[in-house]
Write a protein that binds this ligand. Structure first.
Ligand SMILES: Nc1ncnc2c1ncn2[C@@H]1O[C@H](COP(=O)(O)OP(=O)(O)O)[C@@H](O)[C@H]1O
Ligand SMILES: [Mg+2]
Length: 505
């Protein structure tokens, strides 16, 4: 009989299920995977010393399966393909090759999940080994190792990695509960968007999506399509501003052979190509007044004809509209037809600017971190706290699109397992560098007060290198209040309850 000792569950959280460690009657340990099969921990030894492998293979016993891998590429591959669980990086005392060895170890550590590596080094190389641990290696053991200590370290590293995997799955479950189709965020503003999206999926009413550029208007339109019963049909996005005025009607409605100069054959338009799907007309404010008249007729009659033909074709597709412009203002200026505006503005969904749902930023940022680290095959795990603080403090004029670009760029640039302040682009550093004393707020009294508080809070976070507890302490406010100020959520304009007023001279 095996004795179950689920150590991690006791240490961390009783709700997390890890690979279970079992102690066999002979005192050896094994692991049960989730379906209860016994498994050995697979360890790659990256070393030039063949005898070390022979020594460790027999000394580590049946609990571990040991593979020797002298090449850098082979070592990286064995972890990235999942064919092994842990890597031992061996630094021998050969002074001539020491630099080469540490550089190689450094490259391995920064290209894989660093916490799966253990450095083994001679006592004389202790500082080189410590440097590798600072870079993210799980631990360091002396060479030649005490087998008992090495086994213990390997077990702990393995349990740590199982825990991380579990946390990642749990995080993904939470993320998917707080999302709608591909939209991420669980702030009240995003929940409002999800609610509206779900309400309009099953009805055919016109939907107008408004909001600044980069706020996810197209994502909202595709969610309406994907969650409804049109999802098996095409979703076609048309950017009205990107197609020349002379071509937009031909693009939408199609044309017959010789309908206008330069056309050779007949062509079906996008409204026809979409069939029973959805046509998303983005930047609707860019349409000319004459095209607006034709579009209005199509929406009212639910039929259209190709250019150069009188044959009426029924409109089966659903139309969704979006704009970053203020259409009421355009109507007032005579640039947008009022009747068309009333027709498309039956249901309105406002995509919030990132400034207005800052509390979602860490979740959205982590989503892009996972997406791009997988795409570029770089095992980047997280953000350094001061880098995340810098992202949280920035004003994001380009909204989620800008955030996505910033993270994509950081992942391409970084050589470490965590995104650092140095990996963030100049615009974020520059805004961050504006001192609170040089800051000149504008707007109403309330807006100025709010902006000044935000600036005070973000400066304090920056001065404390991202440590929000210290920042809150330095301002004499609670951590929760500091959070509300930075993320601009909750009753931030009201003074912190039960605390001394934040004096602004
Ligand atoms: N809430 C969100 N969650 C995840 N990704 C988002 C979100 N909002 C926007 N994005 C991403 O940001 C980028 C810009 O979104 P998009 O829908 O094209 O914006 P818009 O049409 O408003 O300019 C896209 O890559 C989109 O996937
Ligand atoms: Mg768009």
């Amino acid at each position: 009989m095996y004795l179950l000792v689920n150590k991690q569950c006791r240490t961390f959280s009783p709700t997390l299920r890890l690979d279970r460690q079992v102690q066999q009657p002979n005192g050896q340990y094994s692991y049960l995977n989730k379906i209860g099969e016994l498994r050995m921990i697979k360890v790659v030894i990256h070393s030039q010393d063949r005898t070390l492998r022979l020594l460790l293979s027999s000394a580590l016993g049946k609990e571990f399966q040991v593979v020797w891998e002298p090449s850098e590429e082979g070592t990286k591959r064995s972890l990235s393909t999942g064919s092994c669980d842990l890597v031992i990086l061996d630094l021998d005392a050969n002074k001539e090759t020491l630099h080469q060895q540490t550089e190689c170890a450094r490259r391995i550590i920064s290209s894989i999940d660093s916490s799966l590596t253990i450095v083994m080094a001679d006592d004389s190389l202790r500082s080189a080994a410590a440097e590798l641990v600072r870079l993210g290696a799980f631990g360091y053991c002396r060479r030649p190792p005490s087998i008992r200590d090495l086994k213990e370290m390997l077990r702990r590293a393995y349990e740590h990695s199982s825990l991380k995997r579990e946390l990642k799955t749990a995080q993904e479950r939470i993320d998917s509960a707080n999302s709608c189709d591909r939209m991420i965020g669980s702030s009240p503003r995003m929940l409002e968007v999800y609610d509206l999206v779900r309400r309009v999926t099953s009805i055919n009413a016109s939907v107008l999506i408004t909001g600044e550029s980069g706020t996810g208007k197209e994502l909202i339109a595709s969610a309406i399509h994907n969650l409804g019963d049109r999802s098996g049909h095409p979703f076609i996005a048309v950017s009205c501003g990107a197609i020349p005025e002379t071509l937009i009607e031909a693009e939408l409605f199609g044309h017959e052979k010789g309908a206008f100069t330069g056309t050779f054959g007949a062509r079906t338009g996008l409204l026809e190509q979409a069939g029973g799907g959805t046509v998303f007309l983005d930047e609707i404010g860019e349409l000319s007044l004459s095209t607006q008249v034709k579009l209005l007729r199509v929406i009212q009659e639910r039929e259209f004809s190709r250019l150069g033909s009188n044959r009426l074709i029924p409109l089966n597709a659903r139309l969704i509209f979006a704009t970053h412009q203020d259409l009421t203002e355009m109507v007032a200026q005579g640039k947008f037809r009022q009747d068309l505006y009333y027709r498309i503005n039956v249901m309105r969904i406002e995509a919030p600017a990132l400034q207005d749902h800052r509390e979602d930023l860490p979740q959205i940022a982590n989503h892009f971190l996972r997406k791009y680290s997988a795409l570029y095959r770089k095992p980047i795990e997280s953000f350094e706290p001061d880098a995340m603080a810098m992202l949280e403090c920035y004003s994001w004029p380009g909204n989620v699109r800008e955030l996505e670009n910033v993270i994509q760029r950081a992942i391409i640039l970084t050589g470490t397992p965590r995104i650092r302040v140095a990996d963030l682009p100049p615009q974020i550093h520059e805004e961050d560098a504006v001192s609170v004393y040089d800051y000149q707020p504008t707007g109403s009294f309330e807006t100025q007060l709010r902006d000044y508080k935000l600036k005070l809070a973000t400066s304090a976070v920056r001065e404390q290198a991202g440590n929000k507890t210290m920042a809150a302490r330095s301002l004499g406010i609670s951590r929760a209040y500091l959070h509300r100020l930075i993320r601009r959520t909750g009753p931030e304009l009201v003074e912190e309850p039960g605390r001394q007023k934040l004096e602004i001279a």
